[in-house]
Design a protein around this ligand. Structure first.
Ligand SMILES: NC(=O)c1ccc[n+]([C@@H]2O[C@H](COP(=O)([O-])OP(=O)(O)OC[C@H]3O[C@@H](n4cnc5c(N)ncnc54)[C@H](O)[C@@H]3O)[C@@H](O)[C@H]2O)c1
Length: 344
């Protein structure tokens, strides 16, 4: 169906990889990439926002991961899952809009959950932990492009809890010598991205609304910008962080380096679905929304071998094509059930 292909990378064949949050959006792409690269994969996820349907990947990846239901705050269960020599990718999280209505639970999973995973990885004797953080740790850009030494000043409990998680990860490297690499993805998009509930992201929500003839709803004036990165590129960088040498304890931005305003994104989607006539509706801003994000991923390029490869027009066209494959009555039903202010 799609012309975009999940890549495979060198150096992972034969490894046992455990992916927390592997049933989610980025995790399920990473799982495919790891399987295609010859690794065996265990997904550890409590399905809070993920789905086992995301793991139906035999046709695409040539194999399936093992799925284990579990919570990242459950240290005993993690101890039963992890083995010495494993490569652990920690992606499990609760999202930014979830943190607005449920800050304590959000911090518990993103902060304490990360600490628990790190402690379990250390006890098990993990070979490498790739800790997936977020560009939300920065808050809005004070200067662009944003390097890893840009000040961290999160706007939300989500951003703050992701910052706590990555601080724990670096501390485990410094204090206990755990082989940790921290990755800070900027906004990812692509197959299996969320449109539903408080996980719903702007791009799939625009596509779903546009394909069903609805106005595109923009929170605020739409001049806020994002560095939208295709999830195949994000997952590649995360996987590369597991095999790169001499990077323990380091932190890497992962972004496309292209800045797009939400208004421009609305135009891109209207063009891609062939509905330039659809109105764009501006409503009140989302609490804690950052105004500007643009990554400088030079370090990831030099140290991890990361190269963003999917152009926004290509990635958006691919996403539109995937939504078009959904039968129209089902598409209409999904759009009708989508809540506009999905953080309330
Ligand atoms: N999507 C983005 O644009 C983006 C950008 C920057 C960083 N990130 C980071 O990437 C990672 C993956 O994000 P995503 O967009 O794929 O989110 P997602 O919500 O699709 O995936 C998160 C996964 O974690 C699982 N999970 C939640 N709570 C859990 C718990 N207590 N125990 C076990 N599993 C649990 C969910 O069921 C889900 O499968 C997260 O760490 C996130 O902070 C995402």
């Amino acid at each position: 169906m799609s012309e975009l292909q999940i890549p495979a990378i060198q150096g992972l064949a034969g490894r046992r990889c455990v992916v927390t949050g592997g049933a989610g959006f980025i995790g399920s792409t990473l799982v495919r990439l790891l399987l295609k690269s010859g690794a065996s994969v265990v997904v550890y996820d409590n399905l809070a926002t993920g789905s086992t349907a995301n793991l139906d990947c035999e046709a695409e990846a040539g194999a399936r991961p093992e799925f284990l239901w579990g919570d990242v705050r459950d240290r005993e269960k993690l101890a039963r899952v992890l083995r010495g020599g494993d490569t652990l990718f920690h992606l499990a999280c609760l999202g930014v809009r979830h943190s607005i209505h449920s800050p304590f639970e959000n911090e518990d999973v993103n902060g304490r959950g990360a600490l628990t995973v790190l402690a379990a990885a250390r006890s098990a004797g993990a070979r490498r932990v790739v800790h997936v953080s977020s560009s939300e740790v920065y808050g809005t850009a004070q200067s662009v492009p944003m390097r890893e030494d840009h000040p961290t000043d999160p706007h939300t409990v989500y951003g703050a809890s992701k910052l706590a998680g990555e601080c724990f990860a670096r501390a485990f490297h410094r204090c206990y010598g755990l082989s940790v690499v921290v990755v800070r993805p900027f906004n990812a998009y692509g197959p299996r991205s969320h449109f539903e509930g408080d996980s719903g992201e702007v791009l799939p929500r625009f596509v779903l609304r546009a394909l069903t003839g609805r106005s595109l709803v923009v929170f605020g004036d739409g001049t806020q910008t994002r560095d939208l990165t295709h999830v195949y590129d994000t997952a590649t960088a995360i996987a590369c962080a597991a095999v790169a040498e001499n990077v323990e304890g380091r932190t890497f931005n992962v972004g496309s380096g292209a800045e797009l305003s939400i208004n421009a994104l609305a135009d891109t989607v209207r063009t891609a679905v062939g509905r330039p006539d659809l109105p764009v509706e501006h409503v009140e801003p989302r609490p804690g929304d950052v105004l500007r994000l643009l990554a400088d991923s030079t370090e990831a390029m030099h140290q991890l071998g990361f190269r963003p490869s999917v152009l926004p027009a290509e990635g958006v066209a691919d996403l539109v094509q995937r939504f078009r494959a959904i039968p129209p009555p089902q598409l209409e039903d999904l759009a009708a059930r989508m809540v506009v202010k999905n953080w309330a």
